[in-house]
Design a protein around this ligand. Structure first.
Ligand SMILES: [Fe+2]
Length: 182
């Protein structure tokens, strides 16, 4: 963007620190059929770390069963491997802490780095960092996991993630947080 095009911008930002009443011709329809957004605070009371194998945990943030979309934070607690998997949908990830990479690529993601994955990709997630990695992920569609000889093991999709969350909550007497369901 050039300096002159920035100068022509009029919005955003704004200096009006207030809620503005915006016209909406279909406000009644949205009120009847719109789906509210959600908010999940960082407290484990709102969503606990659920073990994912011996060295990892997942903190579930949202489940969208209409679109097979699920959001979470994956925590590998030390250097290690998450198995080889194939994507049938799109994934958006941001590295929050530590570092991670895929054996198949030549980059290493550190804090603040952005990762975008597309249908058909097959790769093996590892962390070489002594403290592992925390990755925020927004995932769409299913993932298929394979063992180290290339044999299919399991499909992971929104239903798998909901079951992962709910079964842990049931076992530990933790109330299901409705805010996670979009
Ligand atoms: Fe992946």
């Amino acid at each position: 963007m050039t300096t002159s095009s920035i100068a022509r911008m009029t919005a955003p930002p704004s200096t009006a620190y207030k809620i503005v009443d915006v016209p909406e011709g279909y406000a009644d329809v949205i009120k009847r059929h719109g789906i509210p957004g959600t908010f999940v605070a960082s407290s484990e009371r709102e969503s606990p770390w659920v073990p994912f194998g011996p060295n990892a945990a997942i903190r579930h943030l949202h489940f969208d069963t209409r679109h097979n979309i699920f959001g979470n934070i994956l925590w590998m607690k030390s250097a290690g491997v998450i198995g080889t998997h194939k994507h049938r949908g799109t994934v958006v990830m941001i590295c929050l802490e530590g570092s991670a990479r895929y054996l198949e690529y030549d980059w290493v993601a550190g804090p603040g780095d952005f990762i975008y994955e597309t249908p058909g990709l097959i790769h093996t997630l590892v962390s070489d960092h002594p403290n592992g990695v925390k990755l925020f992920g927004w995932l769409q569609g299913r993932l298929e996991f394979y063992d180290d000889s290339g044999t299919f093991v399991e499909t992971v999709d929104v239903w798998w993630f909901i079951n992962h969350y709910e079964s842990y909550c049931r076992e530990h007497g933790i109330p299901i947080n409705k805010q996670l369901y979009i």
